[in-house]
Design a protein. Structure first.
Length: 280
């Protein structure tokens, strides 16, 4: 994966085995554009391919996470008489190839090797909310305003949100948010089960990193990778297939060095020293 793309709408950084992708158009409240979409996929692929990276945090610059499609882009669709994604023909394909069900925009998150955690530092609307929902875990700022938004623009639910949201919070609650396109807050999102926790706006990123550091220290990289795949594949298959897959994985993973390391660390009451995928 080439890492020399000039980033104009995003920022990318790695520290302590955590890659951070920051949506970076603060003057536009990180409104989504074709350029941002292109860069985001590039950054996600870069993090997924980097053996040093164990987890990926996605957040926004300034006081918003992502307020949805840029208004200039929305006006452009009207002038052009239809939808124009504004992306080049060749895009990075993070997560593609893991399972056919995931080989689509945003659904590719489910094919990644590493957990994605959204630090929703402010407003998230439309495609911004979609992006947050495709993360594995979500932490939000108190008072952050969230909305599906599409209904007020004569649009359908975007990018599979009509499939995903009912699975996150249940059909009745999802229907209300999807059909009304109303605004709800970070606190209500926690009550609905849409976000894992809520913090003061200035603490969201700090607390997200605190959680992620503990996660990657205590859970092996291979367990994180395979458990994610089990979760999202199981949404598409029977319980019998899930059991059979877990038994196959059990036989394979117990032969790996990190299984022995996990047992030793447990017995010795010490922190594990994960090797990751060195034996691949």
């Amino acid at each position: 994966m080439r890492d020399d793309m000039e980033l104009k709408a995003t920022r990318y950084a790695v520290e302590g085995r955590i890659a951070t992708i920051t949506l970076h158009r603060p003057e536009r409240m990180n409104a989504w554009t074709g350029r941002m979409h292109t860069e985001y996929r590039h950054c996600l692929a870069r993090a997924n391919d980097d053996a040093e990276v164990r987890a990926i945090v996605v957040t926004g610059a300034g006081r918003a996470f992502c307020v949805g499609a840029d208004t200039a882009a929305l006006e452009g669709h009207v002038k052009k008489g239809g939808y124009d994604p504004g992306t080049p023909p060749a895009l990075a394909k993070p997560g593609y190839g893991t399972s056919p069900e995931f080989d689509a925009p945003f659904a590719y998150h489910f094919g990644l090797d590493k957990p994605v955690i959204a630090a929703i530092n402010g407003a998230a609307a439309g495609v911004g909310l979609v992006l947050a929902c495709y993360a594995d875990l979500r932490f939000a700022a108190a008072g952050a305003k969230l909305t599906t938004a599409h209904g007020k623009l004569n649009l359908p639910a975007e990018y599979g949100l009509s499939w995903l949201l009912p699975r996150l919070i249940g059909l009745t609650r999802a229907n209300e948010l999807l059909l009304s396109s109303r605004v709800f807050t970070g606190e209500e999102a926690k009550a609905l089960g849409l976000v894992n926790d809520v913090f003061a706006p200035e603490k969201v990123l700090e607390e997200t990193y605190r959680y992620v550091r503990a996660l990657i220290a205590t859970v092996s990289p291979e367990s994180l990778r395979q458990t994610r795949r089990q979760i999202y594949r199981d949404l598409h298959r029977s319980v019998a297939q899930s059991v059979e897959d877990s038994e196959s994985l059990l036989r394979t993973m117990m032969k790996q060095a990190d299984y022995a390391e996990g047992v030793d660390a447990f017995l010795q009451k010490r922190a594990p020293n994960w090797r990751g995928w060195e034996d691949e």
